[in-house]
Design a protein around this ligand. Structure first.
Ligand SMILES: Nc1nc2c(ncn2[C@@H]2O[C@H](COP(=O)(O)OP(=O)(O)OP(=O)(O)O)[C@@H](O)[C@H]2O)c(=O)[nH]1
Ligand SMILES: [Mg+2]
Length: 188
């Protein structure tokens, strides 16, 4: 830990650290979203499909996020459950233009919510949904995504859905602000 880090910690200026899982099907835009939330000088110009998972960091006004950016490819989805215990919040990303795979996204969400372990089912863990790729012509509205995923059935966890365009960065800040409020509400 550097001197500045230690000093800001002592002065109470250091941001609280939270761990977040970023889940959703492959190609939904998870890595693009997380990348866009980093300061511009730390952003990667070349986003490639995630292999396994990658650990990324970004900051909001009062929190320091460590994100487990999981691959959404079918062959890696069984990795997700090994990280459930690490997450204090979940970001679930949906490609709003991918009507064909919306049902697969719902299946993966249901599997997550009904996971037999205690880490998700019995915790009031906040879930932020990004109805991403809103810029595409075939995209359905965030209300429609919410209906297709049956989000109104989630009664035991706070959740919120934001329409986003990760390329332009639209809608991302609204989501992070909501997440930050939820996490702080739990911690205080
Ligand atoms: N038009 C459009 N394209 C997007 C948007 N977000 C991401 N993309 C593109 O979608 C593709 C997949 O993005 P990624 O961020 O790699 O998707 P991912 O969910 O991390 O995929 P995996 O790592 O394979 O699970 C890339 O070509 C992105 O440029 C968006 O809001 N609009
Ligand atoms: Mg990725």
């Amino acid at each position: 830990m550097g001197l500045l880090d230690r000093l800001s910690g002592l002065l109470g200026l250091k941001k609280k650290e939270v761990h977040v899982l970023c889940l959703g099907l492959d190609n939904s835009g998870k890595t693009t979203i997380i990348n866009k939330l980093k300061p511009s000088n730390a952003q990667s110009q070349d986003i490639v499909p995630t292999i396994g998972f990658s650990i990324e960091k970004f900051k909001s006004s009062s929190l320091s996020f460590t994100v487990f950016d999981m691959s959404g490819q079918g062959r890696y989805r069984n990795l997700w459950e090994h990280y459930y215990k690490e997450g204090q919040a979940i970001i679930f990303v949906v490609d709003s233009s991918d009507r064909l795979r919306m049902v697969v996204a719902k299946e993966e969400l249901d599997t997550l919510l009904n996971h037999p372990g205690t880490h998700i089912k019995h915790r009031r863990i906040p879930i932020l949904f990004f109805a991403n790729k809103m810029d595409l012509r075939d995209a359905v509205t965030s209300v429609k995504v919410s209906q297709l995923l049956c989000l109104e059935n989630i009664k035991d966890k706070p959740w919120h859905i934001c329409a986003s365009d990760a390329i332009k960065g639209e809608g991302l800040q609204e989501g992070v602000d909501w997440l930050q409020d939820q996490i702080q509400a739990v911690k205080t």
